[in-house]
Design a binder for this molecule. Sequence first.
Ligand SMILES: Cc1cc2nc3c(=O)[nH]c(=O)nc-3n(C[C@H](O)[C@H](O)[C@H](O)COP(=O)(O)O)c2cc1C
Length: 668
Amino acid sequence: MDFIKLFEPITINKTRVKNRIVMPAMGLFMTDDYSFNDRYRSFYRERGRGGVGLMVVGPLAVDRVGSAPFMPGLFEDQFVEPLKAFVDEMHQTNDATIGTQLFHMGRYAYSAFSGMTSIGPSAIPSRLTKETPRAMTKEDIETVKEAFASAARRAKEAGFDYIEIIACTGYLISQFLSPVTNRRTDEYGGPIENRMRFGIEVIGAVRKAVGSDTAVGIRIAGNDFMDGGHTNAESAAFAAAAQKAGVDAVNVTGGWHETNVPQLTTNVPAGVFVYLARGIKEKVTVPVFASNRLGDPVLAEKVLRDGSADRICGGGPRIADPLLPDKVRQGHFDEIISCIACNQGCFDSIFYGRAVHCVLNPTVGREDEVRIKPAEKKKKVLVAGGGPGGMEFALTAAARGHNVTLFEKDEKLGGQVNLAKVPPGKHELQKIIDSMKSRMEHFGVKIKAGAALSEKTVREEKPDYLVVATGARPIDIRVPGIDKPHVVSAWDVLSDKIADIGKRVVIVGGSATGCETAHYLASMGVPDPEAFTFLMYHNAEDPLHAMELLHKPGRQVVVIDMVDRMADNVSKTSRWSLMKSLKLMGVKLMPGTKLLEITDTAVMVETGKGSQAIPADTVIIAVGARSVNDLAASAEKDGISVITIGDAKAPRKITDAIREGFEEALTI
Ligand SMILES: Cc1cc2nc3c(=O)[nH]c(=O)nc-3n(C[C@H](O)[C@H](O)[C@H](O)COP(=O)(O)O)c2cc1C
């Protein structure tokens, strides 16, 4: 496909932007004192030179009560100079349009970080912070409006080309907009015109502060996805009012942090929220941005062509690959580091109060510290194992100029990613394999799939380095009945080796693998999204009945574990959604439950309430893995330098394997 629309220039107010690709604002947590420091500079520098049209730096805090020291501030004049120096540098070194986002969290601010009770339109507790804000007085309202206006003036002084006001995701302005959080009885509460008043006044104050020539945008939720909150219709009404009040662009994202509809995770179908931008676009004439899960350039081009939006935001995709826009423009698809929306390095990190990094790109957040430099001396390297760790080592070493051959015993590359991608909503993980394979090929790695690296080959080849990335295998547990024919491993189930799985299943082990295997089994046979859409499109089924079919499992699945908290090793921004799916699919979770024995028809367990038998036709063991690294010892005996990485060293997450592969490859 030709990316004609994606690379078409567009004008916002008087600002010409070279293409339609937007890197939206993202909290990166790379400071702890409101400063815009070197870490931010390196992060944005890399992305500014990557071909993006509009790069929205920040968010930047407009005051202390609505923020945290983990984000750069813009609430004092002293913050202008470092930002101005950076924006000037960007303007001199690349032709990206540099914007910023003015940020106020309202009741989403944590008192522990701001040192103050948060404020909001009304004193409605936040599910996010578990705190109750103080209802804003009229004086507070004036103070916050003034804070937005002053921050906008400073942003203009710093040279930003575009200033965006955040009015989405459940932050302050959206709190005023929504009846869920706005119970005021004055002119800022009640009917929608009143609830819009605060946002409209902020826009007016910002416009007055920066004058008519500066591009000002607003970021809104296309639908709050909150019970009783704004739908697309009310959001569109606000967008129209915002345009009248002086905004030059409307950036449409999805729902609030408190919603129980997933927004950014891998199970969110690509492009699913485009209809929200389309709904807004029908009510405004200024450019509209679409957002969320639009990292695929082909999809982005289609969205622009069908007229649903004028510009495309990509958050995760721009973190994972800073150079993505240029790679697409130049047709270098084999070099792209594909975001899989795992959220583990980015969104999860900020919810744990840590700086953003990326599972698939180990340079993120330390762009200036780690550079892939050519090796001083070309070495011969054999890599045993084509999982993420082995592939990352191979491609990084080859990028440095080493002579690398990778052996994988299976026909397919990817190791355990081939299991992790099987449960519902996780197919996107295949991109890890595709992206790493194409990058290995690009850098000249010789790939031998379906060929286990033997001790004999290592001895014959005499490499300078042997990299042992042979992964792990399931742990064997000892319990009476474990050898019965109806007892199988989760790995075998996920790799489709088990054809007959009974109607009553007990899964032993409630970590990620156990819970996701439960989701997989419970969802087997329900209509897939395409089938569901077909039924709805043709009015073939009553929508309520079709919904029932979606959540009607074909078997009874029980997960047992001794731990108190199931799926504890699933990251924060994905766990709640997995738990929700298990509940919808009727999976029974039994934490605090010890396996005693497996009989022909049941699993005998002990719970806090005594022992019981859980009927089971199939028992699936998902209790963890242990390293496979036999090759290391024999090669070491032969005097070969051995580097053991990933699960072969100790079973952990993909992110550990990739980071280790990358870092070790920089050392040779
Ligand atoms: C780590 C992280 C922090 C974010 N912080 C903000 C923010 O402060 N303001 C905002 O408007 N959106 C924020 N977002 C949302 C992104 O701007 C963007 O809408 C989202 O990532 C788009 O989805 P995508 O990652 O699938 O492209 C954040 C996203 C991530 C991943």
